[in-house]
Structures are given as C-alpha cells and as structure tokens.
Ligand binder design. Structure first.
Ligand code: MG
Length: 287
C-alpha cells in the first residue's frame, strides 16, 4: 500500500480515537478515584504492545508495522514497543532482526532492503515514517528498542541518529518515548545524551544498583527471571527505578506478573492482558 495513503487513512481515525479515548478515560479515572477512596489502592500496571498491536486483522498481523502502531494507539494502550536497526549508510529501519535475506543490516546499504514487504504489504518502515504515525497520538508512548549492532562505534552512531530523528519529529520527550536495549553500551549512551528519559536495560548481567551507577534508570527483564528473583524488583523499586518485563503471553503469567510491583507488562496479546487487568490497567490517557 502506498505509504502516504496508508498514513492519511489512519490519521483521522487515530485522532478521533485519541479524543474519544481521552474523554472516556477522564470519566473512568474519576470513577476509579472514587473507588480508591473507598478501598485500598490496587497496584496498577501499564500494557506495552510488543512490536505494536500487530496481533489483529486491522494490522494484518505484521509486527513492527506502522499499522500495528496505529492499532495500539486506537486501542489506547499506554505503550507500543518496536525495534530499530541502522543500515551501513545510516538509515534507521523499524525491524527486529539484524540480518535480512542473509545480509547484515549494519553492513549493507538501505537499497538492499527497501523492496522487502511485511505481511500486510507495508515496506519496512523508516523510523521517520514510524514517528509520523507516533505523533498522531502521543499519549500512546513509544518503547524504542535499539538493537545491538556489530561494534560500539556503530552503536554510538545509531544512538545519535535515533536522537536526531526524535528531535526532528518533536518526539524527544520523556513522556512520549523511553529507550530499551540489550546493549549496555547503547543504554549508557542514551542515558548520557537524554537525561530525564527512562532508559531500561533488557539483559540480566547487571544488578539494579550497578545499572543505576551507570545512569540507567530502569530494568526491562525476561519475566521468567523476574518471577524467580522478586528481590530484583524490590531492589529496583528501592532505588527509584522503573520495572518492565517481557514477553508475557500466557494468561497465568500475565496474572502473576500483574501481582508483582512492576510498571509495565510487554505482551503479544495486549487485548487479552487488558481483560485480565481490568481496572488495574493504566491506559494511554492516564499514563
Ligand atoms: Mg523488541
């Protein structure tokens, strides 16, 4: 589908959804505040749609597509996660794998990848295209995962290019975007360049205290390791760090993680997570 057409077609419905969602959320928040006055406050959890809300017909089941972001916005999820890789000629692509069709992205020019299509017919989105859609409904925040690249030097360049792109689109705002990465170097670079932003490390090789000493403000952990070591959550909370977890897809696991004092659950099944959380969900307008 033509990119401009797809973007325009989605823009109006997202704007309407955000407006209506905002009014509904205000009423819901008032209701919840009244309920909370009458009973003990229940811990609330945000949902992050993993690679966007791709798991639906409207998004064409295409992970990391612009349509998947638009569906996450329309549904009013607090966060929409996505992945970024940089080509050898410095083009930032919204795509998960570091290698496509046998070619490393960071060792190949964009021209090698520009004809590849996703399941829903979209081309692999450029970060700029993705941010154009993000701007339509900034109450659904972006969880931007910058993937590990081949060398620290390439990673540093990718971090700088990402920050420049966010600034260009007016999205360099800690309420609109947070950063995650499996690369400790990338996390440190984002923390250095973007003070005041949430930066979460995805791996498990560092304690919360060690991460904090590096300027990293949160953890985004494999939920199975968090469930096994609840002390990690307590330590992070004591240090004032945020705690997210991935990728929680089974009903019993979503229920279990919601019962732990975490900020956000990343899932491929955000609508199912919403049903499980009920009034404990922090929605986009209330984020
Ligand atoms: Mg990711």
């Amino acid at each position: 589908m033509n990119r401009t057409f797809a973007f325009l077609a989605g823009a109006a419905s997202v704007a309407a959804a955000c407006l209506i969602g905002g009014q509904e959320m205000k009423a819901q928040n008032n209701m919840m505040m009244m309920q909370n006055n009458a009973m003990s406050v229940t811990h609330k959890v945000a949902i992050a749609a993993h690679r966007g809300y791709w798991n639906c017909e409207e998004a064409g089941y295409a992970r990391n597509s612009v349509a998947a972001l638009r569906c996450a916005q329309e549904a009013g999820f607090a966060w929409s996660e996505f992945d970024v890789n940089m080509t050898a000629d410095g083009v930032l692509l919204v795509v998960h794998d570091g290698e496509l069709e046998g070619k490393r992205i960071d060792a190949s020019p964009y021209s090698e990848f520009q004809e590849i299509t996703l399941e829903n017919g979209e081309k692999i989105p450029l970060l700029g295209d993705y941010l154009m859609q993000a701007k339509e409904c900034p109450s659904t925040g972006l969880i931007l995962e910058l993937k590990e690249h081949s060398t620290p030097e390439i990673e540093d360049k990718a971090v700088k290019a990402t920050v420049a792109e966010l600034r260009e689109h007016g999205m360099a705002d800690p309420k609109k975007v947070m950063f995650i990465s499996f690369s400790i170097n990338i996390c440190r670079q984002f923390a250095r360049l973007m003070p005041g932003f949430t930066v979460q490390y995805l791996g498990d090789g560092y304690s919360p205290a060690r991460l904090k000493s590096m300027g990293i403000t949160g953890i985004d952990a494999d939920f199975t390791s968090l469930a096994d070591t609840p002390g990690t959550i307590d330590e992070a909370r004591r240090l004032g760090m945020s705690v997210n977890c991935w990728t929680v897809n089974k009903t019993e696991d979503i229920r279990k993680m919601a019962g732990m004092k975490i900020n956000c659950i990343t899932t491929d099944f955000p609508m199912e997570a919403r049903k499980i959380l009920g009034s404990r969900e922090i929605k986009a307008a209330a984020k």
